[in-house]
Design a protein around this ligand. Structure first.
Ligand code: GDP
Ligand code: MG
Length: 135
């Protein structure tokens, strides 16, 4: 797939896309498929689609376990007592509204990163990104 304007001039063009609410809720349901049979599933999807989310890849040695340690236990209410310095204690409310997500294992992280960040075709990458990939 190559991008080019219809008159062949190579001029850039802009278009507008919107992921509508049903698009987001489908994504949330797929992302949390492992919890689809749990009683809290419907509420979880409502929560996850109640506003924008910021998705990020965090990179360091043992990132999975370190990020989980930093965010703290699932139940933000309990975390306020047992892990007061954790992100969930500081920003979360309860067992559902716990403000941050962290992959629970290396395998989950790979699956979840692929869920949000599709590998761009090499033709769309800048020279710097291609060099970085080769390292
Ligand atoms: P996590 O790995 O610590 O995020 O916890 P889980 O993978 O078990 O659950 C995914 C998300 O579902 C949690 O982060 C919460 O937002 C929500 N959740 C988990 N357990 C419950 C529960 O018992 N009740 C409700 N309402 N939400 C829950
Ligand atoms: Mg989890």
């Amino acid at each position: 797939l190559r991008c080019c304007s219809s008159n062949g001039s190579g001029e850039k063009e802009r278009t507008l896309g919107i992921i509508k609410p049903d698009g987001l809720s489908e994504n949330a349901a797929n992302f949390y498929a492992e919890h689809s049979s749990k009683p809290f599933f419907t509420n979880l999807i409502k929560y996850m689609t109640s506003g924008p989310v910021l998705v990020m890849i965090l990179e360091k040695e043992d990132a999975v376990i370190h990020w989980r340690e930093l965010i703290g236990p699932t139940d933000a209410g309990k975390a306020k007592i047992t892990h007061p310095q954790s992100l969930r204690a500081m920003c979360g409310v309860d067992i559902e509204k716990n403000c941050v997500h962290g992959s629970d294992s290396h395998q989950s992280a790979q699956r979840e990163i692929a869920f949000f960040f599709k590998e761009a075709p090499s033709a769309f990458k800048t020279e710097a990104v291609r060099k970085h990939d080769e390292l």
